[in-house]
Design a protein around this ligand. Structure first.
Ligand code: FAD
Length: 400
């Protein structure tokens, strides 16, 4: 067997390195962990990924294999949804124009997908009851709205499977990590540090006859043989940028996978959502707009306790929040009385926040597998239902 090169040291790259002790990992930035990033102030706070569900078996088992299960902490997703979403759902639905409603009624896949899920243990009887009670015959457009709201997507055509998985997680037990998810990253790093190189950017992957023949690391060329293996874990758009001479179909598909960029911000307040825990307030521009006249809504709910709020602001425009400073201004607009508590240090911008889950999700994944160079494995969250679970799952699937 030849050499193994992993591109990127986010969770996916580190999982690949964990399973392959000889693999060399190149990471472009000076920080490993990618979209996992915990800051340790008074509380341990995750600025990137925060939680997963008990049914995310890939990540749950992986954490177990690292002997870190004792770090799991129940994450109060139910409280969070009750505070910020449920009561105001009606209002969100009215955001749809009549034309859009007609369009959404054509979105038939959802019913078929629900049927497909009937035998899946993932859909608990609790969810079925809830679905029938809440959704009933209005399914097509009602659930699309719900999916949009929960996934922060502005797309009318979002993968229903993803939406359902996200909705379902609201009814499951979810976990976060006591010390922040970066503990997973540092645990793997401690085992494999001799094979992980930060500040090493891959700038080019050259393809000839459906094989990678060379790669550039920080501008320096390295020849690659047919029996070497390159394992890419970087976002689809970043991969598309560096692959040279790729097949047209592969090019088109990688381009199609778009990301919602977003900003997280954390700040202290005398008030908190959940007593004794780190609270999360997730905002999207539509929800914010709905509360424009009552923008004290969130603050009124947060009563008299010390705590920390993490806000998540998705960027539908893909340009709007180019810098932390702009995101900071946006936050102050939303929480005018918190002006003094928000600092740039506590705001983080994610260029590739989450891949948008279009209904083409699975089709795109198949195309990528079919047209990719033979000695290139493509893993990461856009190759599954985007989540931490997918990071582990996609590495396991390719069996590198
Ligand atoms: C704010 C936010 C909240 C989220 N919340 C959750 C959540 O609660 N639960 C959940 O399951 N998921 C959540 N996610 C998604 C989750 O964070 C990601 O799915 C996961 O972390 C992706 O890991 P990855 O290793 O595939 O990619 P990344 O973490 O993006 O890692 C890719 C790495 O590759 C590096 N890289 C890029 N280009 C190159 C190059 N050319 N050469 C070398 N290195 C390169 C990058 O610097 C990066 O370190 C969230 C994401 C965000 C942004």
């Amino acid at each position: 067997m030849g050499k193994k090169i992993v591109i990127g040291a986010g969770l996916t790259g580190l999982v690949a390195s964990y399973y392959n002790q000889d693999a060399i990992v190149y990471e472009s930035s000076d920080r490993i962990g990618g979209r996992i990033f915990s800051i340790n102030d008074n509380n341990n706070i995750d600025m990137g990924a925060q939680f997963f569900s008990e049914y995310d078996r890939n990540i749950m088992d992986f954490i177990d294999s690292l002997n870190l299960s004792h770090q799991l902490k129940e994450f109060q997703l139910k409280n969070f949804s009750a505070i910020n979403r449920e009561k105001n759902f009606e209002r969100h639905l009215t955001d749809f124009s009549d034309e859009e409603k007609i369009e959404l009624k054509k979105f038939k896949d959802i019913t078929e997908i629900i049927e497909e899920f009937e035998n899946d243990e993932l859909i608990s009887s609790y969810f079925k009851d809830w679905y029938n009670r809440q959704v009933g015959s209005e399914a097509d457009w009602f659930i699309d709205a719900l999916i949009r709201m929960i996934t922060f997507s502005d797309s009318t055509k979002i993968s229903a499977i993803y939406g359902i998985a996200v909705i379902n997680s609201f009814f499951e037990t979810c976990f976060s990590f006591s010390n922040g998810l970066s503990e997973i990253i540092s645990t793997i790093h401690n085992i494999r540090s001799h094979n992980i190189y930060a500040k090493n950017r891959i700038t080019n992957l050259k393809i000839k006859k459906r094989h990678i023949t060379s790669i550039n690391i920080n501008g320096k060329k390295m020849d690659i043989n047919k029996n070497d293996k390159i394992i890419s874990t970087i976002p689809a758009q970043a991969l598309e940028d560096i692959l040279e001479n790729k097949d047209d179909q592969l090019n088109k598909t990688l381009k199609e996978i778009r990301y919602v960029s977003c900003t997280t911000a954390v700040f202290n307040t005398k008030k908190t959502c959940f007593p004794n825990t780190t609270g999360s307030v997730f905002l999207n521009t539509k929800i914010t707009a709905a509360y424009e006249n009552k923008n004290k809504f969130t603050m009124n709910k947060l009563e008299n306790e010390n705590g920390t709020i993490v806000s998540f602001i998705p960027d539908y425009s893909h340009n709007e929040y180019q810098s932390n400073n702009i995101a900071k201004k946006e936050l102050i607009n939303i929480y005018p009385d918190l002006d003094n508590n928000i600092t740039e240090r506590n705001v983080m911008h994610w260029k590739y926040g989450l891949p948008i889950c279009s209904p083409n999700l699975f089709k795109n994944q198949k195309i990528i597998m079919e047209y990719k160079p033979k000695n290139l494995e493509i893993c990461g969250d856009f190759m599954g239902l985007p989540s931490l679970d997918a990071c582990v799952e996609t590495v396991r699937k390719v069996n590198v």
